[in-house]
Write a protein that binds this ligand. Structure first.
Ligand code: 13P
Ligand code: SF4
Length: 335
């Protein structure tokens, strides 16, 4: 066997990746990660990987791994010429908006997001004329065009803080497009949907379908269970959990607590990564796959590094400029 392949297999084993590979699969994975990491250096590229990606991506090739906020912030600070975004389009568009002179690529043509598809720029313009004077607070899971029509962007990591700041100056705000996250934030802030916060009818196809009634059953079966759910879950589920937040907050909660077991109500890649990062902790499986996130694979990353041209992310400068203002407002208010 090629000695460099042997070394790569050992590196992946030390990361625990053999635990999730069928027999023979690790050598196949190692051949791909080896070649990707070589080409990445050659192209002076940084690989950003959202925590919903599979661990062969997050751990095997990711340079910057985290939630939407950490990745957006990290992209602002990277010195690399090229950003390969193992995540979904809205994340890569955000990276391009923040780094117009860099090349940004997404290794899949199918990396959309149901929230991002739930609203367009014309919808936001109509909302503004229906509710004149109200600020539009927009979840980062939206297109560049929608961001351009917004006053401030939020991610799951800072939505509550940013909204609190907004309510210092406004009695009422518009929050788009996730109706569940909006309702969960309203509950956390003691606000009433319809009266204090205008919501849009978008939802995440992954988080809206979790069954809240299962949580009581799991709690009986696993005493001492800590239940963590992403803020995109419906309020009736959030009412049953110990902790609601974004993926960054959920990972920190796991790191800083000593529960008998953890039930993670979110996309499956998160739990896979948590298990490898905290092998001494117990995790109970309850997750759903995001088809958009999972359309990125090691194979598609390698194909992109060999021929990047079809996968370049472009945002028209007029839209990028306005969207950037709304994203920068988030960095200012979240600081
Ligand atoms: P986070 O920013 O919490 O990682 O969320 C991104 C996302 O798409 C959740 O579905
Ligand atoms: Fe979009 Fe939901 Fe997938 Fe996140 S998990 S990218 S919100 S569809």
């Amino acid at each position: 066997m090629d000695p460099s392949l042997n070394t790569e297999i050992k590196r992946l084993m030390a990361l625990g990746l053999h635990l999730r590979c069928a027999e023979g699969g690790l050598a196949e994975t190692a051949a791909l990660t080896l070649e990707i990491n070589r080409l990445k250096k050659e192209r002076r590229a940084v690989i950003c990987a959202h925590v919903y990606q599979t661990p062969d991506i997050t751990l095997g090739i990711g340079d910057l791994v985290g939630d939407s906020y950490k990745l957006a912030d990290g992209c602002r600070k990277t010195g690399a010429d090229t950003i390969v975004f193992c995540g979904v389009n809205f994340m890569a568009e955000t990276a391009k908006i923040l780094n117009p002179s860099k090349k940004v690529y997404v290794p899949s043509a199918k990396a959309g997001c149901s929230l991002s598809e739930a609203i367009n720029a014309a919808d936001v313009i109509k909302l503004r004329s229906a509710y004149p004077g109200l600020p539009v607070i927009t979840y980062i899971n939206t297109s560049a065009e929608v961001k351009a029509e917004s006053d401030c962007i939020v991610t799951s990591a800072n939505a509550e803080k940013v909204l609190r700041r907004m309510y210092e100056k406004h009695d009422k705000v518009i929050f788009i497009p996730d109706r569940y996250m909006g309702a969960n934030l309203a509950a956390a802030l003691g606000k009433t949907p319809g009266r204090d916060i205008i919501l849009w009818n978008g939802a995440c196809v992954v988080h809206e379908k979790f069954d809240a009634s299962l949580i009581k059953i799991y709690r009986k079966k696993y005493p001492g269970l800590a239940v963590l759910a992403h803020a995109e879950c419906p309020p009736e589920l959030i009412a049953e959990v110990d902790f609601m937040g974004g993926t960054g907050d959920m990972m920190r909660y796991i790191e800083n607590t000593g529960a008998a077991a953890y039930l993670l109500v979110t996309e499956c890649g998160f739990g896979e990564l948590a298990k490898l990062r905290f092998p001494q902790k117990n995790f109970i499986a309850m997750c759903r796959l995001c088809p958009y996130m999972k359309s990125v694979t090691l194979g598609s990353v390698l194909a992109l590094l060999k021929d990047p041209s079809p996968a370049e992310v472009m945002v028209p400068p007029a839209i990028a400029g306005r969207a950037k203002k709304a994203i920068e407002k988030m960095f200012e208010l979240a600081a």
